[in-house]
Design a protein around this ligand. Structure first.
Ligand code: ADP
Ligand code: ZN
Length: 739
């Protein structure tokens, strides 16, 4: 009797073919095995997605080779990939790439990548110089091996030195190094030791929450929403729940937004589990290919029992999961903005259901989706209403910038009340954070005479002025040009940058408080490696008085000596063309305010705004999530927005405007026939971002009671719609970003 395997072929879209399993693999081959199979005249790689007793195919060909001895992908993750492919309207191939990362796939077929270079003899500076004259690339490579301070993979060294692998072979021939294949885990935290911390004594609310979560680990039921104000001790709850899961012999997965994946957060977990430190794996986007490979292998082989990571860590190949935690569940960064456009929080909930484990979503400002799920009883709500030690919530004062005296020049950035407050902190030796929702020196370049705005020729969005290079830059496509001295439209010399950037705030504050130690933290200033870590450390040690920053400093960080937070421009996020603008603003203000007063001294938050009476600002000011969510949900229900409907956003793009528009309109016509009566579909309209990277973009929005039936209709329609060659269609189910 033969057995068959359904094999999903790499790089073949949705193609799966049946193959016969040769006798020698019958025992070991299973769903999740990686195999090499014949396709026409070639051998190609694929993944076994199912083992079958019979096959409808006449006489299937035979599997040529099995890679490794055990399946590389857990069957449950294959199920999840399938679900993602159906729900998020993407080829199974794209979804499978999530559960088997590229580095692992490659390494599985070419173990040569794991060649390590080991130094045989240290070269003197003179010898390196001599070599550099003869063979400069070899000199660079040798230097890289020497700098590494131990055996490192050749591929990694080659990348660092900017040379090809063959250069290392030459070094080997010349007796400088040995190249050996081996498998050494590259632990990015290898050089740090952590002092173990022990569990804290919980307060009453925390105890109740931990007990409920422990129960859910043993007998999983509904997902849990842990709603606790900032500083209410949610992380402590995670730590104790994880300890419980580990004690039961289970594993734990913790998802945090990339922004919160700071050394501080990682340290807290590593320190608590110092006894099993080697078993904590960290997955973030700064890992090198080699490090990512090692961490994956370590998790897959059962060598890590706790995984902390950003979005894609939801696919970590942990076995025996006891608990999945999604911290800051409301964060938009959990949504992947390219195919597969999955939401890691929602995938986490699904995975927990499949793995039969507990899932905890934590937030100080839950998303309307999760909050709605609590109200309908789909999720269980656990609430922490107080800060640890009953510390008071910071006082939030709204400064009406319409009334603020606005002298000419940069002082207009900070209202006098904010400057007074900073002065007080400086005198008292306390710290201040100034928060700004932007990057760059100044934002847009506007002509004071004719109102002309400098825009990107490819993207149509306003360009950002960067003072260091005296350039205008597009943050979408990267286009750069010299900043004009006179207005390109009316030739008036009054063209100048308007708006405020972090650098301008930094400069202004430095000028007004020349004695203060000021630092800036934004994407530009942090581009240098380790800058983030160093600045945080300096701030923590009190070597910085005022920290100016963007989203980067808004959440997750914990500084007891910060007693003042100034929000320079609270309005910005209110004016986005997005139904979540109010929610975003409320979240942002609440999160930023949470940075103040986390120590002994009470905190104060000053919010500068031109729209002081908007609901988001007023509810945030009173720390009133219930009030805000009630009003917000009423608005969503009245206008038929999520969470009361499910939304799908289709974007059509093409280099020729007419083609994009025509395809969009055709799609709308076909979809109108295909979707059920209780769903609605909008017209094909230009996207808010009309042009990006040289493509014209049009959008179609669908809303209905069930995302699944909408996705099905879209998939069926697209399957038979002939797309012109240069027209691209992107389907975003449950979109988070509507631009
Ligand atoms: P959250 O994650 O809700 O913002 P954290 O878990 O970071 O809150 O807690 C805030 C601070 O309070 C941390 O310094 C933490 O160590 C401390 N903390 C938490 N729980 C307790 C407790 N039960 N007793 C004393 N301190 C606690
Ligand atoms: Zn651009």
């Amino acid at each position: 009797m033969s057995r068959y395997a359904r094999v999903h072929l790499d790089r073949a879209g949705d193609r799966a073919l049946d193959y016969r399993i040769p006798e020698r693999f019958v025992e070991s081959l299973a769903a999740g095995s990686r195999v090499r199979v014949p396709l026409r005249t070639r051998l190609v790689l694929g993944t076994v997605v199912e083992v079958l007793e019979t096959s409808a195919v006449e006489s299937p060909r035979e599997i040529h080779e099995m890679i490794g001895t055990a399946p590389l992908i857990r069957p449950k993750l294959i199920e999840i990939a399938r679900w993602i492919s159906e729900y998020y309207c993407c080829p199974l191939e794209t979804a499978m790439a999530c559960v088997l990362p590229q580095v692992v796939r490659q390494a599985a077929v070419s173990p040569r990548r794991l060649n390590f270079a080991r130094l045989l003899r240290t070269a003197s500076a003179g010898e390196i110089e001599a070599l550099a004259r003869k063979a400069p690339r070899q000199a660079d490579a040798l230097q890289a091996v020497q700098d590494a301070g131990g055996p490192r993979p050749v591929a990694e060294l080659a990348e660092a030195a900017g040379v090809s692998d063959t250069v290392f072979r030459a070094l080997e021939r010349n007796g400088w190094i040995a190249i050996e294949s081996g498998e050494v885990a590259r632990d990015p935290f290898a050089n740090e030791t952590f002092l173990p911390t022990s569990d804290l004594v919980l307060n009453a609310e925390q105890s109740l929450a931990v007990e409920a979560i422990k129960e859910a680990i043993v007998a999983p039921s509904r997902p849990i929403l842990l709603f606790g104000v900032t500083g209410s001790g949610k992380t402590e709850i995670y730590l104790q729940a994880i300890r419980h899961a580990i004690a039961l012999g289970r594993t734990a997965l913790v998802l945090v937004p990339e922004i919160s994946l700071t050394p501080q957060t990682v340290e807290r977990f590593k320190a608590r589990f110092a006894g099993v430190q080697r078993e904590v794996a960290v997955l973030h986007s700064h890992l090198s290919g080699g490090e990512r490979y090692d961490e994956w292998r370590k998790i897959h082989s059962g060598g890590a029992r706790i995984v902390i990571g950003a979005r894609s860590a939801v696919f970590a190949p942990l076995d025996g999961l006891g608990i999945i935690i999604v911290d800051e569940e409301h964060e938009g960064t959990y949504k992947q903005e390219e195919a597969p456009r999955y939401h890691a929080r929602d995938v986490a909930v699904l995975r927990a259901q499949r793995e039969e484990c507990a899932v905890v979503l934590g937030s100080a400002t839950p998303s309307m989706e999760s909050w709605h799920n609590c109200r309908t009883g789909k999720y269980r709500l656990l609430r922490l209403s107080q800060r640890v030690d009953d510390r008071r919530m910071p006082v939030i004062r709204v400064l009406d910038m319409r009334k603020a005296p606005r002298p000419a020049g940069a002082e207009a950035i900070c209202a006098p009340a904010l400057l007074d407050a900073i002065q007080k902190r400086l005198a008292a030796g306390e710290q201040t954070i100034l928060f700004l929702n932007r990057r760059g020196f100044s934002t847009t370049m506007v002509c004071q005479a004719c109102g002309h705005v400098c825009r990107c020729p490819n993207c149509s969005v306003a360009l950002t002025y960067h003072r260091d290079a005296a350039q205008l830059a597009c943050h979408i496509c990267g286009h750069r040009e010299r900043a004009p001295k006179i207005c390109p439209a009316c030739k008036d010399p009054g063209v100048r940058h308007s708006g405020v950037g972090t650098q301008k705030v930094e400069d202004t504050v430095k000028r007004i408080f020349p004695k203060a130690r000021v630092a800036r933290m934004d994407a530009d200033a942090m581009a240098r490696k380790n800058a983030f870590h160093q600045t945080l450390q300096a701030f923590k040690e009190g070597a910085i008085d005022i920290l100016v920053g963007t989203q980067m400093i808004a959440k997750g960080l914990h500084f007891p000596n910060v007693t003042l937070v100034g929000i320079i421009n609270a309005d910005l996020s209110l004016h986005l063309p997005d139904f979540r603008a109010g929610e975003r603003t409320f979240q942002l203000l609440t999160q930023v305010a949470g940075r103040a007063g986390r120590g002994e001294v009470e905190g104060e938050v000053l919010v500068q705004t031109f729209t002081p009476f908007s609901a988001s600002i007023q509810f945030a000011r009173h720390h009133d999530f219930d009030g805000f969510s009630e009003q917000e949900l009423e608005f969503r229900e009245r206008f038929g927005f999520p969470p009361f409907t499910r939304m799908i956003l289709i974007t059509v793009r093409a280099q020729m405007l007419e083609r994009a528009e025509f395809t969009g309109q055709t799609l709308v016509r076909r979809l109108r026939e295909a979707i059920a009566g209780n769903s609605s579909i909008g017209d094909c309209v230009p996207a808010p971002l009309e042009k990006a990277r040289g493509y014209h973009r049009f959008q179609v929005t669908l809303r209905g009671a069930s995302a699944r039936s909408l996705s099905q209709a879209i998939q069926q329609t697209l399957a038979v719609l002939p797309l012109p060659e240069d027209v691209f269609v992107a389907v975003d189910v449950d979109p988070v970003n509507l631009l």
